[in-house]
Design a protein around this ligand. Structure first.
Ligand code: SF4
Length: 170
């Protein structure tokens, strides 16, 4: 079974020091209160991200990007793992932004970077010192939240570091 996504876009802030092609996957079941992207709750929204379509996107941006980031998609484990393997085989790093606190090890093992934790408005996103969310380098285990705070990310892009989707939906 495949999942749908919005048209991808190149992003610079979601994964520090990487230029990423970002895919927002629809069908999110996390249900964060105050979610800024409720259109992503509908799994029928967007276009099917088949493996063929995914490869076409990656080849289009080959040489320009260093990483692929998924906003969601963990709810379809096999479809996501297939995409992560394709990206890795093309020499790209991989990142998942999830609203869940824990990620299936079968997905985790194919990631270089991972953001976990639901959006909680009172705590703020990754740019906040009080956030519940964690961005980590999976390979080293290091938490990289400090990179988001130091960089003072574009606050007008109000969804990208909460549970990023805004910059591709906009
Ligand atoms: S903030 Fe993100 S994880 Fe939470 S409901 Fe919205 S799209 Fe899903």
């Amino acid at each position: 079974m495949e999942f749908n996504c919005l048209p991808p876009s190149v992003v610079f802030q979601e994964v520090p020091n990487e230029i990423s092609l970002c895919f927002s996957i629809t069908g999110c079941k996390v249900g964060c209160k105050g979610c800024h992207s409720t259109e992503l709750w509908n799994e029928n929204y967007g276009s099917a991200l088949t493996n063929k379509a995914f490869i076409t996107w990656l080849k289009k941006y080959q040489g320009l990007i260093s990483c692929v980031v998924f906003f969601g998609g963990e709810w379809q484990r096999h479809a996501l793992i297939e995409k992560l393997l394709i990206a890795k085989n093309l020499g790209l790093k991989t990142c998942l932004y999830s609203g869940e606190r824990y990620i299936d090890i079968n997905i985790y093992q194919h990631l270089n970077f991972l953001k976990t934790g639901p959006w909680q408005a009172e705590l703020g996103g990754l740019e906040s010192n009080t956030t519940n969310q964690i961005f980590r380098n999976v390979n080293t285990g290091e938490t990289l939240n400090h990179l988001f705070i130091k960089n003072h990310l574009n606050k007008s892009n109000n969804h990208s570091t909460k549970e990023g989707t805004n910059n591709v939906a906009a």
